[in-house]
Design a protein around this ligand. Structure first.
Ligand code: NAD
Ligand code: G3P
Length: 333
């Protein structure tokens, strides 16, 4: 039986622990707070994040990173992107050598512009052929109630991707393997920023034409950045690109989408941050994405506008006007 260690007991870490258990793994979930680990062991429920999910018996929890990692055949990381480096610094030394390390995270690091797989290599000392990215249209609340969904499992070493895919495949969760790590990660990170923009439009009262326009032009921005960074364009047309973009931009379950809606309704960034209890990765990743784009000479006007709103340099009502007033051009440019 595969023994999996899942670091991060928030929404996705908890839901994915359940997927792994349903796929036949024995899972240890690491929680930062001892009381969360104790409550999960006593009740089989992570009440703060997914109160309706009763975790299978093969999921247990611990507050101790060393015992979470001990003997793991597979390590899964589901923590906020901006705290990954610090966390690896704290407990990265406990990670077993040789086991695949799977990133469920969808962000870009502030200050470095690095993707999460790069941070895992750099700060965790994990070789590239052991670093795996799992991404796709995977809203945790839907996965937790076992609604059918699919994801991409990407690793430079296809055998490792296949091993991880096998470990998480269930009747309701269908993994597809990939070797395009860059494309899988970019699709996941940029869609959060586009979902913020779509949410803003929705909050301002705009309808489906506007939202569809933002989604499609957002995909064009993602594709341009992907081309500059060496992603396979086909990946961005797949589950980790278009698939996740649609789910996140259209669903009220998305934290990024909801964050944008609240901004569009006129709340300040500080007010929305105060009422957002879970991680909305796009809020911190938009800046690094725009910097990455600038470094590579890529035009990303929606992402740049979202960043200006999030950094309180632009009023949300200005964003649409500015985007609509840009010079007319060929659709493919
Ligand atoms: N929730 C989803 O539907 C979903 C789906 C796919 C991918 N993701 C991605 O998974 C990652 C985790 O998201 P989530 O939804 O589980 O977030 P979450 O906010 O639900 O949970 C985050 C977890 O990290 C912990 N945490 C917070 N700050 C921390 C710190 N400084 N150090 C260590 N741990 C810390 C929290 O206690 C919590 O257990 C994100 O990158 C997100 O984009 C989420
Ligand atoms: O709730 P969000 O906005 O972080 O989106 C969740 C997932 O990434 C959807 O695939």
């Amino acid at each position: 039986m595969t023994r999996a260690a899942v670091f991060g007991s928030g929404s996705w870490g908890t839901a994915f622990a359940s997927v792994l258990a349903d796929a036949g793994c024995s899972v240890v979930l690491h929680a930062r707070r001892r009381e969360v680990a104790d409550a999960i062991n006593e009740t089989h429920v992570n009440a703060g994040y997914l109160p309706d999910l009763v975790l299978p018996d093969s999921v247990s929890a611990t507050h101790d990173p060393a015992s979470a990692a001990d003997g793991a055949d597979l390590v899964v990381l589901a923590i906020p992107s901006q705290s990954l480096r610090a966390n690896l610094g704290e407990w990265g030394a406990h990670l077993p050598t040789g086991a695949p390390v799977v990133s469920l995270m969808k962000g870009i690091e502030l200050g470095t512009g690095l993707r999460m797989s790069q941070v895992i290599q750099e700060a965790g000392g994990v070789e590239a052929d052991r670093v795996v990215v799992l991404s796709g249209p995977n809203l945790s609340k839907e996965i937790a109630v076992r609604q059918p969904a699919a994801a991409v499992v990407a690793c430079s070493a296809i055998r490792t991707a296949e091993q991880v895919a096998q470990a998480c495949a269930t009747a309701y969760f269908r993994p597809y393997t990939q070797t395009d790590v860059v494309g899988a990660e970019l699709g996941g990170a940029v869609k959060n920023v586009i979902a913020l923009a779509v949410g803003m439009a929705e909050g301002m009262g705009y309808g489906d034409n506007t939202k569809s326009t933002i989604i499609t032009r957002g995909l064009a921005e993602t594709a341009r950045l992907g081309a500059a960074l060496g992603a396979d364009p086909a990946t961005l047309m797949g589950l980790a690109g278009v698939g996740d973009l649609i789910a996140t931009c259209m669903s009220p379950l998305s934290r990024n989408h909801s964050f944008g809606v609240n901004l569009g309704r006129g709340l300040s960034v500080e007010e929305v941050v105060a009422i957002t209890l879970q991680t909305a990765e796009g809020v911190k990743s938009c800046g690094p994405i725009v910097e990455l784009a600038a470094t590579h000479g890529v035009d990303m006007p929606i992402c740049a506008g979202v960043t200006a709103v999030v950094e309180s340099r632009m009023d949300v009502r200005q964003l649409g006007d500015e985007l609509m007033a840009r010079p007319h051009k060929h659709e493919r440019h």
